[in-house]
Write a protein that binds this ligand. Sequence first.
Ligand code: 2P0
Length: 324
Amino acid sequence: MKAKARAHTNIALIKYWGKADKALKLPLMSSISMTLDAFYTETEFEHDPKISESSFYLNDVKQSPAQSQRVFDYINELQKKYNLDPNENFEIHSYNHVPTSAGLASSASAFAALAACFAKSYQLDLDKTQLSRLARLGSGSATRSIFGGFVEWIKGDNDLNSYAQALNEHPDWDLHMLAVEVNTKQKKISSSKGMELAQHSNYYQDWLKQNDSEIQAMKSAISNHDFSTLGQISENSANEMHAMNLTANPGFTYFEPDTISLINLVHELRNSGIECYYTIDAGPNVKILCTLRNSKKIISAIHNLLGNVKIVNAGFGPGIEYLD
Ligand code: 2P0
């Protein structure tokens, strides 16, 4: 049996940056994200007793055993969870329309798509809440990529109650995110490692205490279409996450010189009346929240500053989709 699914990536406006349970990927905080139309993964999963050896292809390239390990472990975990034959081999073909491991959350769309086609190929008949819990076992941020638009991942405290829900799947809102590629090289500190280190910051526990109020404020901003508040909370959450990294022991940062230049540019643009806000994930790339109306001016200001960098202008993306 085989099945094919497409999942879009998401960018957290309120960040997930720490695990309460590593195996189940239960987060220490709730998070809120925006699913993007421009970045996605399409994956086909086939299981069949006739397949002689399991394999994983990424963009048509067969991955080595080491490169396939995380995906194979994930499939084996799901087979066990649903009492499926663990000796049945499978073949996975994944096409990533996201720069891999560059802070653009490729694991979010990758594991959301994989969870969905796995479930469909075994006819598990899961609803979206269950799918989101399944995606979480692959990668935390994948929990949110089951839904489109604005999404909340409710942190919960066990496997059953930690899942995502749509806040507004089809926002009638001219909100865009400009993803500026500062550097698409593989990052030096993985998200999992970064989250672990950040928890050693003296400020970490105080940061966690603010999570509830940040989530409530963001939900109000979303339901009120209040771009200024949404942008300020997003920028604060990113700054808080990166402050945890800088103040960890040992401290570290994902920022590169161009990351700082873009932060300063956003401040300058805002001071000149062009409203925009930044957010930054586990990498040097910067995403700028703005209205479509202002995006042309912002893109030309970025090119003036950094030359010919790649900028992708993304709007709201949909939730999980089955193909074929
Ligand atoms: C997020 N990030 O909320 C945060 C903000 C990056 C910065 O979730 O270990 O690949 O698989 O749960 O989801 C990226 O980390 O980490 C991430 P795992 P994941 O989007």
